[in-house]
Design a protein around this ligand. Structure first.
Ligand code: NOJ
Length: 583
């Protein structure tokens, strides 16, 4: 076998030190409702998070992204914000939040919050005021209210549908009314791309823009290091609100900027303004975009130097565990990000998608696997899924740029696919009329210790017994997967993550920078993703069904599974395994 590994620019120790933290951070996603419950009521909270900060520091991550923690009626698990300047009482209060931020900083962990600018809760004061005001009023201008179609306005203004299923418009009964829409009668409709309790905000309003600027400053002033931006691709709608018609109704929009409500070009102006605010702080604050775009080039547009810093790479997340797909996603990502000078941000899971163990447990016979709709009715081999998830984690952590780790991924948790129907809370379950169970299966409270629910999830500082059950039931199969079970076990997924994160910090080659594919002219690397990073590092991922022989003279730093040896001493990398090598 001939290996060709063209050397690329080696990052010097000095340039490593000069690298801004966000270009190579590993960020741990805290889904606060399900992370740790410190008051024993069954819902995760700030007290629980504070108690577990040392766990996160010792895991070796650089920052935490905390899902929305603001006061919320929880129609969409906190993505329906009733007050952007407060803390949901179930989670704690502002003082506790400030203490948590300070404690995290002490431990070297930065804090990224979640900003939800596309919509807010129908219980937010602004929407209550809009309902109490007449059509055409300034209170209504903060939202997207329109008259209906049909003889008496009884049909929605257009055919847009909610991401959770059903129409994207809800009609209100007018409290005040006008000539066209009398008081006490069904009148105007308001737009909600998600649940009807999440009215979309009108981003052509200067008042709306000024308000979100102030919300950013409110939290930046409290020491928050950055924001994840929810539905960053969705803020701006076509001014004429045209029907979608026969066009596809995708999660992932068209690639050209002409979709009526997704990834429109005008949205970039908003982010230029936010970047200026973030840059006015010392140290500068940062953003990560949740932007589902048609392709890597459209994603790169959010990352131009005067816009957002980073964006989740969902193409990587949804890619099947197949060499060809992963290679093209990696190539397209590197090219599109290099074109704008931004670091890629890799991610394998989050609170919206099927956990990677359960995605990879299915036959990988389609190019993309994202959620329930892609796996429904397909048999799962969870042992295989875990093996691949471990291999994927080492791949992700070796690629240039930063990465996000969703809570529980470090424990190798699978999706909980058999939650009792009566426990389901995701709006998808209700809006799909029970066709799709939704995202609760990846949101089940974490197992920390013990052999039965609540698996140490609800642990009060005073040692008293919990007063509530976990808000979603934990399966008996979490036994054996707890943090306590995995702690110190060198074969555990937790220890694999710890080792990988520690190595990542110590190896100059990892983090921000470049990589080069290793090619084998004789075809012996078919089905293998092999790349080098300088100085002296290589990562090999075997996605083929056969073992592959590793080159002579390399030192194995870490592997996601056991390696084999041939009779004459060559090291073999088994199928669905990743290895990190010193060259
Ligand atoms: C994306 C969030 O991650 C998801 O959980 C939420 O339902 C939608 N945006 C709407 O806010």
């Amino acid at each position: 076998m001939t290996l060709t590994a063209p050397a690329t620019g080696a990052a010097s120790a000095a340039s490593r030190l000069a690298t801004p933290w966000w270009r190579e951070a590993v960020v741990y996603q805290v889904y606060i409702r399900s992370f740790a419950d410190g008051d024993g009521d069954g819902t995760g909270d700030l007290a629980g998070l504070r108690a577990r900060l040392p766990y996160l520091a010792s895991l070796g991550v650089d920052a935490l992204w905390i899902n929305p923690w603001y006061p919320s009626p929880m129609a969409d698990s906190g993505y329906d914000v009733a007050d952007y300047r407060g803390i949901e009482p179930l989670f704690g209060d502002l003082d506790q939040a400030s203490v948590m931020i300070a404690e995290a900083h002490e431990l070297g962990l930065r804090i990224i919050l979640d900003l939800v600018p596309n919509h807010l809760s129908d219980e937010h004061a602004w929407f209550q005021a809009a309902l109490a005001s007449a059509p055409g009023s300034p209170e209504r201008a903060r939202f997207i209210f329109r008259g209906g179609r049909g003889e008496s306005g009884e049909l929605p203004p257009n055919d847009w549908t909610s991401h959770f299923g059903g129409p994207a418009w809800t009609r209100v009964v007018e409290a005040v009314g006008d000539e066209e829409h009398p008081a006490g009668q069904p009148g105007q409709w308001y737009l909600h791309l998600f649940n009807s309790k999440q009215p979309d905000v009108n981003w052509t309003s200067d008042e709306v823009r000024a308000e979100f600027d102030e919300v950013l400053r409110f939290w930046f002033d409290r020491g928050v290091d950055g924001f994840r931006i929810d539905v960053a691709h969705g803020l701006i709608k076509h001014p004429d609100f045209p029907d979608l018609g026969e066009r596809e109704r995708p999660h992932i929009p068209f690639g050209s900027g002409d979709h009526p409500f997704l990834d429109r070009d005008e949205v970039h102006e908003v982010y230029r303004g936010w970047r200026a605010i973030a840059d006015s702080y010392d140290p500068p604050r940062v953003f990560v975009a949740e932007a589902w775009t048609g392709d890597a080039v459209r994603l790169g547009m959010y990352l131009r130097p005067d816009e957002l810093h980073t964006a989740f790479n969902f193409d990587f997340l949804v890619s099947a565990w197949r060499e060809g797909e992963l290679r093209s996603v990696i190539d397209a990502t590197l090219a599109a990000h290099a074109a704008v000078g931004a670091p890629p941000t890799w991610v394998l899971s989050n609170h919206d998608v099927y956990r990677e163990v359960s995605r990879y447990a299915r036959e990988q016979d389609r190019p993309q696997v994202r959620d329930e709709a892609d796996v429904k009715g397909r048999p799962a081999d969870l042992e295989l899924g875990l093996r691949r998830a471990r291999a994927a984690a080492l791949l992700m952590l070796a690629l240039p740029g930063g990465a996000y780790v969703y809570q529980g991924a470090e424990l190798g948790l699978p999706e909980v696919e058999d939650l009792p129907e009566e426990s389901l809370q995701d709006p998808t379950w209700f809006q799909s009329g029970g066709q799709l169970r939704g995202r609760d299966g990846c949101r089940v409270p974490l197992p920390w210790s013990g052999s039965q629910p609540p698996f140490g999830f609800s642990e009060r500082a005073d040692g008293a017994a919990p007063t509530g059950e976990p808000w979603l039931p934990q399966p008996a199969s979490f036994a054996g997967l707890t943090v306590a079970d995995q702690d110190g076990d060198p074969t555990s997924t937790l220890e694999l993550y710890r080792s990988a994160l520690a190595l990542r910090h110590s190896l100059e080659a990892l983090g921000d920078g470049s990589m080069s594919w290793v090619q084998a002219a004789d075809g012996s690397l078919d089905g293998v993703l092999a790349f080098t990073r300088e100085p002296g590092f290589a990562c090999w991922v075997n996605l083929s069904p056969q073992p592959v022989e590793l080159p002579d003279g390399v030192e194995v730093l870490l592997s996601s599974g056991d390696l084999d040896e041939t009779a004459d001493g060559a090291v073999l990398l088994p199928s669905d395994t990743t290895v990190w090598l010193r060259r």
